[in-house]
Design a protein. Structure first.
Length: 459
């Protein structure tokens, strides 16, 4: 690195310049002389996507690398550790690791007889990419899946617990674990997890699974379970603790049931005073409760006016959000026109609040909103700045269970772009096609998981 910075100090450098210097240093080092830096660059820098590593047992135990599920159908060179977890005499699991290398699609994994026998009997869990040295996803084999479902909180290090937890999350999309099974694990973890960062991540991923991978009728039930746990913890945690802050910033996400939303509003109106105790509420939590008030229309006109006067009277962003939430059909049409042709002198941040107010699943005319969004996408893309379009696409993309409709609309947009955007729009076309393909892939994944859940429910 010193040679690179010295060579190109006070001048410009391209990526190839960097790899020329690194390659030269590697060739002159006898420990790494055989390493092909050009091949590594092609695999890891110039190729997109991420490989999934898993164990497979046929006549022997195999390490398997799945090709990237993207435009680049490739395998890579992976160096990583394999972790072994075994129940010991105390509360914690005994951990050990061995180095491994995977060059192609698969390679044999030789285990000693004792370890192999314990794994087969479910007394040892195997975790690929132990210590997180490699860049990959991992799937748990069926034996290790069962082992870690019951022992994850006995894993001593937060990093290993996080890798196991993320493996479970990724396995939802390959239908190796159901969303409800994953959420059952998450509920156990938030009641026992000691690490604040992992606790926060468990809440974030659990919310994603509830909103995107469960049908509406199951959503409220699962969210209510999380809400009750978090509310109880909020009452018990020291007000200034990091854990209390994390709960304050996440609890409103799980207040899908009106009863729980009302409970939070009551907390806001009493300024956190409940049963002779002051409950901490930071500004983030207050903002989220205010959004619940207007999205779910929880108070009467007088109550909502009091919220506006007390908390957001001088905040033009939240006033815009409230206006969009409560707008009648003709006012909504005016706001749509504003969003489709933004005034360049106004803040994009302001428009993002208008978008959040319009994109309200609680609205009885939400299907009309969905239709309008898909009709407007190309217009906004072609007539506004890229950064504005990105905000529009992110904030306005419809929520809810109408996944088949979303998928049809996305594919139709993809076809229109191919047929109607001419050659001189090539760069523009490639930008939106990439974005649409990513969204199509995500929506197809969501549809697969939702269909699986509905099938389990007998529908």
């Amino acid at each position: 690195m010193q040679l690179y910075f010295t060579t190109f100090s006070w001048s410009s450098a391209a990526m190839d310049d960097f790899f020329d210097i690194i390659g030269s240093a590697i060739r002159n080092d006898p420990r790494h002389a055989s390493f092909d830096i050009t091949n590594w660059k092609n695999q890891w820098i110039l190729t997109g996507g991420i490989n999934n590593l898993r164990l497979s047992e046929d006549s022997k135990l195999l390490l398997v690398q799945e090709k990237c599920p993207s435009l680049h159908n490739c395998c890579r060179l992976h160096h990583f550790e394999i972790g072994f977890f075994e129940e010991g005499p105390g509360a914690q699991l005994i951990e050990s690791g061995i180095p491994a290398e995977l060059k192609g699609e698969q390679t044999s994994l030789e285990l000693d007889t004792s370890t192999f026998s314990k794994w087969k009997d479910g007394r040892v869990g195997i975790l690929l990419n132990y210590l997180d040295y490699d860049y990959c996803k991992v799937s748990l084999d069926p034996v290790s899946k069962g082992f870690f479902l019951t022992t994850i909180q006995q894993v001593s290090t937060p990093l290993s617990r996080a890798i196991v937890y993320m493996a479970f999350y990724d396995m939802i999309f390959s239908l190796q674990i159901s969303p409800t099974e994953f959420l059952r694990l998450s509920k156990k973890m938030i009641q026992t997890e000691r690490d604040d960062l992992l606790f926060n991540n468990v809440l974030n991923f659990s919310y994603k699974v509830i909103i995107y991978y469960l049908p509406v009728e199951q959503r409220n039930e699962e969210a209510a379970d999380f809400y009750k746990i978090l509310y109880t913890q909020l009452l018990q945690e020291p007000p200034e603790s990091d854990r209390s802050t994390i709960i304050q910033e996440n609890i409103c996400l799980f207040a899908l049931v009106r009863e729980h939303a009302h409970q939070l509003v009551k907390l806001l109106l009493s300024n956190g005073q409940i049963e002779h105790r002051k409950i901490p509420m930071n500004s983030y939590m207050k903002s989220n409760i205010i959004e619940l008030v207007f999205k779910k229309r929880l108070l009467d006109d007088e109550g909502r006016k009091m919220i506006i006067d007390t908390y957001i009277r001088d905040n033009r962003y939240y006033l815009g959000f409230v206006e969009a939430c409560l707008a009648n059909p003709s006012k909504k049409e005016e706001i749509w026109k504003e969003i489709l042709k933004p005034n360049p002198r106004d803040s994009f941040f302001l428009y993002s609040f208008l978008m959040r107010g319009l994109n309200n699943e609680e609205d009885e005319n939400y299907q009309e909103f969905e239709k309008k969004f898909f009709k407007s996408v190309l217009t906004v893309f072609l007539e506004t700045r890229r950064d504005y379009f990105n905000i529009f696409f992110e904030k306005m993309f419809p929520k809810g269970d109408n996944v088949d409709y979303h998928l049809d609309c996305l594919k139709n947009l993809d076809d229109i772009i191919d047929k109607e955007l001419h050659a001189h729009f090539k760069d523009t076309r490639n930008i939106i096609k990439k974005l649409l393909k990513e969204k199509i892939a995500v929506t197809e994944l969501r549809k697969t998981v939702l269909d699986s859940v509905l099938k389990r429910l007998g529908r």
